[in-house]
Design a protein around this ligand. Structure first.
Ligand code: 4NP
Length: 163
């Protein structure tokens, strides 16, 4: 099982969108069972709140559904995960501050897996939820290809080879 945590600031817009998009992509490719996927926020500001309505609406318009309550990321979760996928440079900074710089090898910006590396701009401020959705889709597709390629390339039969 490969554990993946998508991380944004509030855990009510981008990271739950990425969680649901990635789960659907993996399921559609027949590899949903390979992954343990969740999402978290670096702040506790929205703790317990559902996905923000405009984000849920964009997902629904694209046939993606899921229930969610915002949860703040912990250092233990970062240590235990295989991949931490953040949305922007500020999230990256916050995650590495949380771990005291540990685990940097498993923390990636989601759109570092896109054709043009970039941040997923926060739709809480831009109000462009479709743009966030399309950036997230491109990042998730690139990340899924990357992980599946890594799995194929990993040495077999020695108990090693992550993921
Ligand atoms: P997210 O967006 O990090 O994509 O979930 C935000 C949600 C809430 C706030 C900021 C960003 N806020 O300031 O409450």
């Amino acid at each position: 099982m490969i554990s993946v945590i998508f991380v944004c600031l509030g855990n009510i817009c981008r990271s739950p969108m990425a969680e649901f998009v990635f789960k659907k992509m993996a399921e559609d490719r027949g590899v949903g069972d390979f992954f343990d996927v969740s999402s978290r926020g670096t702040s506790d500001e929205e703790e317990g709140n559902p996905i923000y309505y405009p984000a849920a609406r964009v997902l629904r318009d694209h046939g993606i559904f899921g229930s969610h309550r915002a949860v703040q990321l912990t250092k233990k979760e970062v240590i235990n995960a295989d991949y931490i996928l953040v949305m922007d440079s500020s999230n990256l900074y916050d995650v590495l501050r949380l771990t005291g710089g540990q685990c940097s090898e498993k923390v990636f910006k989601l759109c570092s897996f896109a054709s043009r590396p970039r941040d997923v701009a926060d739709p809480w401020y831009t109000r462009d939820f479709e743009k966030a959705y399309s950036d997230i889709c491109e990042g998730c597709a690139g990340f899924l290809d990357f992980v599946l390629r890594r799995r194929c390339d990993a040495p077999r039969g020695n108990g090693g080879g992550t993921p």
